[in-house]
Design a protein around this ligand. Structure first.
Ligand code: GGG
Length: 357
């Protein structure tokens, strides 16, 4: 950020599939939302993703991380395409960015918007308002392990989860501090310490110590399977959920599903110390089955963009976007097919732009 002229430099990686459709809609909304804020959003697009991989053999250029480091934030669409193994697209783009820039918090709001019918019968927006604080730098996605004897009957794979005291302490601290700022001040810690007797017992021990610093927060731990069930049966009892990398990934997809569509859900990969740029993305993937048809829901990307503005200090612009999304969903005239409508990505993006006041 350059304070003198309030220009915010944003790296854009639209990526693959519907990422290329929802990110332009998001940029359009962001530009409208900051009008009157006396600032400029300067977007720099990078062509990285699966097409780039098929042309060059790598998902990003060799100097990509050095180049991204100079930006105030990164706005990501989606990665993944037929013809490129998913572990390549994720491990050569999303995960290196999260790790290099120590984006150890993956924040995923899960909120039923007014006007949206989720799959849980009769539930009202105030009953489904959760946020997942997912550990984003280690755990099950640490990347350690390997395969041997590939292609033989003796083939073996090892995937090692890494849980450090520092890693759990810092994500728990972030989650409790967030819970303290929310009206209900509730926190659920996702564990599985009955079966994972090393990693998840460390997780539980660390969370318990951090909880003592936050006496105003009412908290308890749940085994992750029971917590998944509770999200469906009693979502109104849940507020902040703190979870490991894998558990948080799964729970937040479930959370998105019960709010009506995966297409609505935003994600923020945050380096809270602001030593490095943070990255903002819809949680959905590239959806090759609907890519190219202009029917993807842009709300996840738009909402992720709003989280980016909030992170950059443009809180009023964030609020304007959330109000506009809420207004459009409440009115109900413009909906993409995932929400039961026939509108296009562009229709919905334009309706959100028009609803910004
Ligand atoms: N919107 C980003 C995207 O394409 N995500 C796909 C994905 O599977 N990401 C893995 C993760 O979030 O850990």
């Amino acid at each position: 950020m350059t304070a003198a002229n309030s220009t915010y430099r944003i790296a854009v990686i639209a990526g693959d599939g519907i990422g290329r459709e929802v990110i332009p809609a998001g940029i359009d909304v962001l530009r409208h939302a900051v009008r009157g804020e006396h600032c400029t959003l300067e977007f720099t697009e990078f062509p990285w993703g699966c097409d780039y991989y098929l042309q060059t053999g790598t998902m990003m250029s060799a100097d990509a991380l050095d180049r991204l480091q100079d930006f105030d934030a990164i706005y990501l669409g989606a990665v993944g395409a037929p013809g490129v193994p998913d572990h390549v697209s994720v491990w050569e783009l999303i995960l290196p960015i999260r790790q290099r820039f120590d984006q150890y918090v993956n924040l995923r709001p899960m909120r039923l918007l007014p006007g949206v019918d989720g799959p849980l019968a009769g539930r009202k927006p105030h009953e489904i308002d959760m946020i997942c604080v997912r550990e984003n730098s280690e755990g099950e996605y640490a990347g350690l392990g390997g395969r041997a004897f590939v292609g033989t009957p003796h083939e073996v794979a090892e995937q090692t989860g890494i849980f450090t005291r520092r890693g759990v302490d810092r994500i728990a601290e972030y989650a409790f501090a967030l819970a303290e700022r929310r009206p209900r001040r509730l926190l659920a810690s996702a564990t599985k310490s009955n079966a994972l007797q090393h990693s998840m017992v460390l997780w539980d021990d660390a969370v318990e110590v951090i909880a003592k610093n936050h006496p105003a927060v009412e908290w308890r731990k749940y085994h992750v399977d029971a917590l998944a069930a509770r999200m469906v049966t009693h979502p109104e009892t849940l507020d902040v959920i703190v979870a490991s990398n894998l558990f948080g990934d799964i729970l937040s997809d479930l959370g998105a599903a019960i709010t009506g569509s995966l297409g609505i859900a935003p994600g923020a990969n945050i380096n809270p110390e602001r030593r490095y740029p943070s990255m903002f993305e819809p949680i959905h993937g590239s959806a090759p089955d609907i890519a190219g048809q202009g029917m993807a829901n842009p709300i996840g990307a738009v909402w992720a963009g709003a989280l980016m503005l909030d992170h950059l200090g443009l809180t009023a612009a964030h609020d304007r976007i959330i109000d506009a999304i809420t207004r459009v969903m409440t009115e109900g005239a413009v909906r993409t097919p995932d929400l039961g409508g026939r509108s296009t990505t562009q229709d919905l993006g334009s309706a959100i732009v028009d609803a910004i006041v």
